[in-house]
Design a protein around this ligand. Structure first.
Ligand SMILES: O=C(O)[C@H](O)[C@@H](O)[C@H](O)[C@H](O)CO
Ligand SMILES: [Zn+2]
Length: 303
């Protein structure tokens, strides 16, 4: 079996926290955000051309909408952005009067958005604890809170049959599973499927963004550990480990013509000066090829 090949896809494209990679099959482009600069970036894999816009605030995620434009997590709002006019329309607002902000998000198979929040992060990984929540936003813009007392709400994805939703809270270093009711848009029966034990901080770090593959196994970006791991959510066992030339690996998604490449974002935000010199590629988007498994195309927002 040949081993996975890691290369730089988009060099030093994120001045702060690269996040939220989303593969657009129609245009064969990668959409991702640079959180602290409010950047929404679109990179065309055919031409290598990148376009971006910057919003006024932190952007935790950006997902394409069926009607055009993007649904974004802008500070404490979920908003719609028109790429051309840059017009921003607020769809929902939460946690007013706090310093919290939206972080990672994804749409379920019905095009409903699931998005979580986190407390103010002064240094990477350090937040005022338990202030985050997980919400969903329906196509008609009704917001519902599902889970509370989260530290850093992060990656999520669903099994092919939509019976299970996986969800990460980074600080307790856990991947949870819920029974998922797609029609109702509800989660229940929370349990832990992967937990990083004490003593594995340097090798596993903090679980951050995630995605599921066509075999139902989960790929988790590990912040402060330079790695992406593939886990079996049935057993919690590590199946594969891939190393990157940047410590703070933030998220993953499958992409490419055959959805057999893994796109991996990273952060260069607040790296200690001495470590900055050792990882000049921090803030790049990486691509992994030679994998033995494919992924799935993501869903757009229906609202
Ligand atoms: O992108 C995110 O999910 C957070 O905004 C980041 O700041 C880090 O990735 C996190 O601290 C590590 O878990
Ligand atoms: Zn994240």
């Amino acid at each position: 079996m040949s081993s996975p090949k890691v290369e730089v896809a988009i060099k030093n494209c994120c001045p702060t926290i690269g996040e939220g990679p989303h593969w657009d099959e129609v245009t064969q482009s990668l959409l991702y955000v640079d959180i602290v600069t409010g950047g929404i970036h679109k990179w065309d894999s055919n031409t290598g051309v990148e376009e971006k816009i910057n919003l006024d605030g932190s952007v935790g995620f950006a997902v394409p909408c069926d009607r055009g434009g993007y649904v974004v997590g802008l500070n404490q709002t979920i908003s719609h952005v028109d790429w051309t006019t840059k017009a921003v329309t607020t769809l929902a607002e939460v946690e007013q009067g706090t310093k919290n902000r939206f972080n990672d998000a994804k749409c379920d198979a019905l095009g409903r958005l699931w998005a979580g929040t986190m407390g103010f992060e002064s240094i990477p990984g350090i937040v005022s604890g338990g202030e985050g929540n997980l919400y969903s936003l329906s196509a008609d813009h009704k917001i519902t809170k599902h889970v509370g007392s989260i530290d850093i709400s992060n990656g999520m994805d669903w099994t092919d049959d939509n019976s299970v939703m996986y969800y990460i809270d980074s600080v307790p270093r856990k991947v949870f599973a819920f029974d998922f009711n797609l029609q109702e848009g509800t989660v229940s029966n929370q349990r832990t499927v992967v937990e990083f034990p004490i003593g594995t901080e340097s090798t596993y770090g903090l679980p951050d963004g995630m995605c599921i593959d066509a075999e139902g196994k989960i790929w988790v970006a590990c912040f402060s550990a330079s790695r992406v791991y593939r886990f079996d959510p049935e057993t919690g066992k590590t199946l594969q480990s891939i190393e990157f030339p940047a410590t703070n690996i933030t998220s993953v998604c499958f992409g490419g013509k055959n959805l057999d490449e893994l796109y991996v974002t990273s952060s260069s935000w607040k790296l200690p000066e001495d470590s900055k010199d050792k990882q000049p590629l921090a803030g790049s988007v990486f691509r992994v090829t030679n994998l033995t498994v494919k992924g799935r195309a993501p869903n757009n927002f229906k609202g």
